[in-house]
Design a protein around this ligand. Structure first.
Ligand code: TRP
Length: 451
């Protein structure tokens, strides 16, 4: 059996997906999940969303919109494991186990946290002003997301590479502390898709919600058309040759066109196609490619309980992996059931006591001696005389240490020797066979139990 590559990525649920998200992350992830060799885990990082957003309506809306976008975009939930982070209680639990091994110094270096501190310092605020523990611990939660499922590859944007490296660091530390030679966690690798387009926005800068230059994805055809009409172009008039390679409108077209469509559009622009007409071509291309998915999107959004069901199935699949793994990890750190653990040593002791026991006593002359009795009470050994209890104790301890016994036979009896002197003797036996059987019984009785 070939092991498939486990690909895992999360989408923070704070916004509404736009065309840039679709081309840059959603479309490539859906395509990657269709590879027979891929075992994809995609999830809504809604715990991460809480770090950035305290508006419950927005969180809820975004979770639904993102789920609907991925499903409408063609994600096959029978093939991939698609779930909400917050449906997997094992993730916050693992987060705590990892928090307890994550170095504070490591988290001090996280870019997102450092940027917030720098900003505070710049504006003369307290360095920690407005910084929550959520923001600070963000990389540990992300490490739990990744390590929980032993992901091999983690497709992320460049700004997230550091977090994947921290996941490796924290995972390695856990492996080292608790693995006992076993590698609990697979070391994940960030996957940066170089070939994937970063789409330009309306103004030519990277399409991003923070620049307010996005083209909506599935809201409506009209919204998309309106946005396209606002794409900034140069002032060349219809009939004048346009420069496709310096036009972000052309770049947007390219990201969705076939090679043939691209070449045709390029030729038309060079021949003086007007910008108004060019925008209308772009709209037609996008509408043709995304129109059906848009319909599916609105259908999904109008039946949220269907999505709920799909996501709960995904959560069940994910937890089938997470729960047994977490049980192993809890065991490793010492969070174990009392039932099995307490029983084990007591049972062992009982067994040992049953196998043989030493009974010490004092002679009338004041000397100390002991007997070794077999399970059935039969006397296996009677010790010589010791001046004090301590000396006798040292000998009984040594006899139980598991070291090879120095047994010397003497006619139909035998004695046990330690450091060159006899310390205990057997009784006299009827014949050699009984004597040898007793020696064997003695060895068994003194073999320490495995713990
Ligand atoms: N932090 C990621 C982002 O903002 C989202 C995310 C959360 C994630 N957990 C993850 C990505 C685990 C990859 C793997 O983009």
């Amino acid at each position: 059996m070939t092991t498939r590559t486990r690909i895992l990525t999360g989408i923070t649920t704070t916004g509404t997906p736009h065309l840039g998200n679709y081309a840059g992350a959603i479309r490539p992830a859906i395509l990657a999940s269709q590879d027979a060799n891929a075992d994809s885990f995609y999830f809504l990082a809604d715990y991460h969303a809480l770090i950035k957003c305290d508006d419950p309506q927005r969180i809820q809306r975004s979770r639904m919109e993102i789920a609907a976008t991925w499903l409408a975009g063609g994600l096959d939930v029978n093939r991939v494991t698609f779930y909400r982070q917050s449906d997997i209680p094992e993730i916050p639990e693992l987060t705590w186990l990892l928090t307890c091994v994550a170095a504070k110094g490591l988290l001090n270096r996280a870019h997102a946290y450092k940027a917030s501190v720098d900003k505070n310092v710049e504006t003369g605020e307290d360095p920690d002003a407005g910084i929550t523990m959520g923001l600070y611990s963000y990389p540990v939660l992300m490490a739990a997301d990744i390590l929980m499922f032993n992901a091999h590859k983690v497709p992320v944007g460049r700004d997230q590479i550091q977090h994947v490296e921290m996941a490796r660091d924290i995972g390695q530390r856990f492996n080292h502390l608790f693995g006992n030679g076993k590698e609990f966690f697979t070391m994940p690798e960030a996957l940066i898709e170089e070939s994937v387009a970063t789409l330009p926005g309306l103004d030519g800068r990277k399409m991003s919600k923070s620049y307010d230059n996005t083209i909506p994805l599935f809201t409506s055809a009209k919204d998309m058309k309106d946005a396209i009409s606002r794409i900034v172009t140069d002032s060349r008039a219809p009939g004048e040759a346009k420069d496709p390679d310096n036009s972000h409108l052309f770049t947007l077209y390219q990201a969705f066109a076939s090679k043939a469509q691209e070449e045709e559009f390029r030729a038309e622009l060079l021949q003086g196609l007007g910008w108004g007409e060019a925008k209308s071509r772009l709209f037609q291309l996008l509408d043709g490619q995304l129109g059906e998915a848009r319909e599916r999107y609105h259908q999904l959004m109008s039946r949220p309980s269907d999505m709920e069901d799909l996501l709960l199935v995904g959560a069940k699949k994910a937890r089938a992996v997470a729960a047994p793994f977490l049980a192993e990890l809890r065991e490793a750190v010492g969070l174990r059931s009392f039932v099995n653990q307490a029983a084990a040593p007591v049972a062992a002791k009982k067994k040992a006591a049953k196998a043989a026991r030493f009974v010490s006593f004092r002679e009338d002359d004041g000397s100390f001696r002991f007997r070794l009795l077999a399970a059935d009470g039969e006397q296996l050994l009677l010790s010589r005389h010791f001046a004090d209890g301590k000396a006798a104790g040292v000998v009984t301890k040594q006899l139980q240490s598991g070291d090879a016994l120095d047994v010397r036979t003497e006619a139909l009896g035998f004695s046990v020797w330690l450091d060159g002197s006899a310390v205990a003797d057997s009784a006299e036996f009827a014949d050699e066979a009984s004597r040898d059987a007793a020696i064997e019984a003695l060895r068994v009785a003194l073999t320490p139990l495995e713990d």
